[in-house]
Every structure is written in C-alpha cells, then in structure tokens.
Design a protein around this ligand. Structure first.
Ligand code: SAH
Ligand code: SF4
Ligand code: F3S
Length: 458
C-alpha cells in the first residue's frame, strides 16, 4: 500500500519536483512521486538537497516554455556544483521538444512514461541520457495511488481520463498528451474512497473534456453522468467537482445529475475561447456563439445558482475588431464569475500554425486582452455583489492568505469566501474552533472582485 502523503526522509535519495501548467500536471507530479517513493526515493522541497531535479512542464503557450528554458539553466548550474545529480524534464514540453532537450538535461520523459521513471533515472550515465516520449493508447495510471502534494489535506485531484481527441486548431495538447482514453470508473471510485477515508472532503475530477468520458465494459458502459453519480455516492460529506467541460459535449443528462446530487458542486468551467462564430469555426471548436449561449441558458434553467467560469483567447488569426467586440458582448451577456484570459500564442505543429497566419500585431493582442480583463473584473465584481446577503455552505481550507486570523474556503459555486474564525464566539456558543475540512455556513457581507467577505452563521 502506498503512502498518500509525501515521505520526507533525508537518508533516502532526494527528489525535487517543480510543476508547471494545468491541474492535470499537478496530478501527474503526484503519480511520479508515487512511483519514485515506491522505488526508495523521498521528497525534498529544497533544490539544493536534491539528488534528482524534475520539472513537469507545459507547452500550452510560448511564454510557458520560455520560463522552463530559464529554469533549465539554473538546474544546470546546480549540476555544475554537484555533477552526480540527475536533471529531468517531464510532461508536455518533453513530449513536444524531445531530443532538443536532451542536449541540456539527463532525462526526458513524456506524460505516458512515468511508470518507468525510476528505471530511467537509474540508467542515466554521464554519456547516456535517457528519453521516453512514446504516447500510449491505454495508459491511465489507474493502479497507481498518487502521493498527494496539496498542503491542506482537504481537496484532491483525480484524473479520470488522459489525452484529447479534439482538434482545436490552436492547441498543442493533442500532440503532447495523445489520444483520449478513459479510466476504469471503479479505480476512480476507489481513489475517492481512499481520499475520504484519509480526511479529504473534496475531489476534483480532471480531464481535457470530461463530457466525453466513456468507459466501455461487458457490464455496461459508464458515461460522465454515470461516473458523477458513482463518485457522488461515496459519501454525502465528500464534495465532487470536475473540469474541463466542453460546450459541444456538455449534456442535459450531466446537468440533471448535478442538480440531483447536493454534493456535486454547482460550478461549471466552460471555456468559450471566443464570442465570434467566425473565430470559433476557425478554431475548430465545433460550436458557435448561439450554441454556447443556449448551453449557458440551459445550465441556468436547471441550476439557477450554478457558478460559471471560462477561458478565452484574444487575437487569434484573422480576428477583426468586430470579432473582438463579439467576445466582449458575450462576456457582458453571460456575466461569468471568473475567467482565464490569454493572448493567442502560435504553437508549432498545430493546424493553425500551418493554415492560419499569426497576423494580429502583438500590441493589438495585448490591447484586446486588457479590454477583456478589465470588463471581466467588473463582471466578477457584479457577480459577487449579487451574492451579498446570501448564505453559502463553505468547505474550510485553512487560514486566509491576507489575514492569518481569518479562514478561507470555497462555496459550492467555486467562489472564494473569507471570514473571521470567531474562535471566541464559537467557544461561547459551545462550539469547537473550525479546522480545515469542516463545513460551515456563512453569510456574505461584502465583496471584492475576487472574494466574498463573509461572516459565520452558527
Ligand atoms: N481542454 C480544455 C483546455 C485546455 S488548455 C478546453 O478545451 O477547454 C487551457 C486553455 O489554454 C484553453 O482553454 C485556451 O483558452 C488556452 N490555450 C490553449 N492553446 C492556446 C494557445 N495556442 N494560445 C493561447 N491560449 C491557448
Ligand atoms: Fe486543446 Fe481543444 Fe483538446 Fe481543449 S479540447 S485540450 S483546447 S484540443
Ligand atoms: Fe496541461 Fe500545459 Fe500540457 S496546460 S496538458 S501541461 S500543455
């Protein structure tokens, strides 16, 4: 049986891991650590003590990769001081750049090679670096219990599928992560049960497109709605979240399943990418503006209180001022709670890089992005203001970053709530102080664009 928590033991060979990119990568680092711990390694948070330095990398935008090249130089300085250490680049950038990285580091391991990573590290010699960038059709690491790297012990990630079968023209993920494959639902439920038994109160089900989750077996198929049902049955005290939903695939069945189970959080991350149907077509998203708005209307019809967030790209190939205005108007119309907003970054090898010129001037991209950010900040504030006076059930994560005597945690709709710990008042009411993993009801008193400022109700 694997340990759920990292082992810190300076007598063992020390591994240091930096993680970049999406939640999927965070979870992959947890799988890597699990494999390494089973092979006698222990974790260190101090690079200077490491025998093995790994960076789990991201290729989604050019600046993500630039950052890593800078880090590699720092790792190499470390290796100059101590030639015995092994430097490895793993993840999406390893997959994309392959041999080019081998000139700089000792180990290059793609996202489907982690099962053998201990062997690869052991085989590194000064004149023989190791590389494995084969992508798999069926690897899901379903039998490996990730070693949890979260600090709070409350909320954990579970990968339910890997890869992506879509072909969004701007996106590198299908090339770095390969074809989509779903993981055995029983192994997912087992992992959720194990987490709950160890005090976790929230699981985040991860996939590039969770709505296309499909497990086929002789006992019958399980789709994403079915999987949600199974995981939500682990315990009413265990919250279930998921991302990412794809607008073309999110089904009414999923929405009805969410509505029917109180412990499935009412929050959907539904990346729109653009408000212009012309851009969406060129992006190969397989839906248009009207379809997206219809899905949002359906979500709000079935769950009026559902949180909604999105991703958007400014300045994709050929984007006109009118297309950009379409994005702004969609943002106004939907009023997202929050958004991840990016400038288009051309990725080598993608369909867009071959077919559509990266022809929007950098200053225009930046100006459009800033306009979107400015609008979204106002919309976030508006969305938060609407919650003033409402009550929410919050899962306590720990002390607030700003003020140690305050606590923070998320409401079901994914908004961050901050509130006084009220230890004295609780004591007077005969209640224990709150700790991470407790549920508490709060009332919203005030807000910023990022946070709901609340008070406990007891
Ligand atoms: N599977 C998810 C997204 C994964 S990547 C989905 O389909 O929605 C996360 C986000 O990065 C994307 O939603 C997109 O907004 C952004 N992104 C992807 N490729 C990009 C690129 N080439 N330039 C800028 N942003 C990009
Ligand atoms: Fe990329 Fe599109 Fe797949 Fe998301 S759905 S990972 S944007 S190809
Ligand atoms: Fe994630 Fe970046 Fe890879 S967003 S899937 S780590 S390219």
């Amino acid at each position: 049986m694997n340990s759920l928590k990292p082992i810190f033991d300076e007598k063992k060979p020390q591994v240091y891991i930096e993680t970049y990119g999406c939640q999927m990568n965070v979870n992959d680092s947890e799988v890597i650590l699990s494999v390494l711990q089973s092979n006698g390694y222990a974790l260190t948070e101090d690079m200077n003590k490491a025998d093995v330095i790994l960076a789990n990398t991201c290729s989604i935008r050019e600046n993500a990769e630039q950052r890593i090249w800078g880090r590699i130089e720092q790792f190499r300085l470390q290796k100059k001081r101590n030639p015995a250490i092994v430097i490895g680049i793993v993840g999406c950038m390893a997959e994309r750049l392959k041999d080019k990285l081998l000139e700089k580091v000792d180990l290059v391991a793609g996202p489907d090679s982690y099962r053998n990573i201990a062997r690869m590290i052991a085989d590194v010699r000064p004149d023989s670096p190791q590389i494995n960038v084969l992508l798999s059709r069926d690897e899901t690491y379903s039998d490996i219990s990730p070693v949890r790297l979260d600090k709070n012990g409350v909320s954990a990630y579970i990968s339910i599928m890997r890869g992506c079968n879509n072909a969004c023209s701007y996106c590198v993920v299908p090339y770095t992560r390969g074809a989509e494959r779903s993981r055995d639902p029983h192994s997912i439920v087992r992992e959720a049960e194990e987490l709950f038994a160890n005090g976790y109160k929230e699981v985040n089900l991860l996939g590039q497109n969770v709505d296309s989750y499909l497990w086929k077996s002789a006992e019958g198929n399980v789709n994403f709605a079915g999987l949600l049902e199974m995981v939500s049955a682990v315990s009413p005290e265990l919250r279930v979240r998921f991302s990412t939903s794809h607008p073309k695939d999110i089904s009414d069945e999923v929405l009805m399943t969410m509505a029917a189970h109180e412990n499935i959080c009412r929050h959907i991350h539904l990346p729109v990418q653009s408000g212009s149907s012309t851009m969406l077509e060129k992006m190969r998203r397989k839906y248009d503006r009207e379809w997206y708005l219809e899905r949002v209307a359906k979500i709000r019809e079935i769950m009026p209180d559902c949180g909604l967030s999105t991703d958007v790209i400014a300045g994709f190939s050929g984007e006109t001022e009118e297309d950009h205005q379409d994005t702004l108007s969609l943002f106004r119309e939907v009023c997202f709670d929050s958004a991840f907003m990016f400038q288009y970054s051309e990725r080598p090898g993608t369909l867009a890089s071959k077919k559509y010129p990266d022809d929007i001037a950098p200053e225009v991209k930046t100006a459009r992005l800033n306009e979107i950010i400015e609008l979204q900040t106002r919309m976030s504030l508006e969305s938060n203001r609407r919650n003033i006076g409402e009550t929410f059930k919050v899962l306590v994560e720990g002390p607030s970053k700003r003020n140690e005597s305050d606590l923070c945690g998320r409401a079901g709709n994914n908004k961050m709530c901050v509130f006084p710990s009220a230890v004295q008042e609780r004591m007077e009411a005969g209640l224990e102080p709150l700790k991470p993993g407790d549920y508490v009801t709060v009332k919203v008193i005030d807000c910023t664009s990022a946070t709901l400022l609340c008070q406990q109700i007891f």
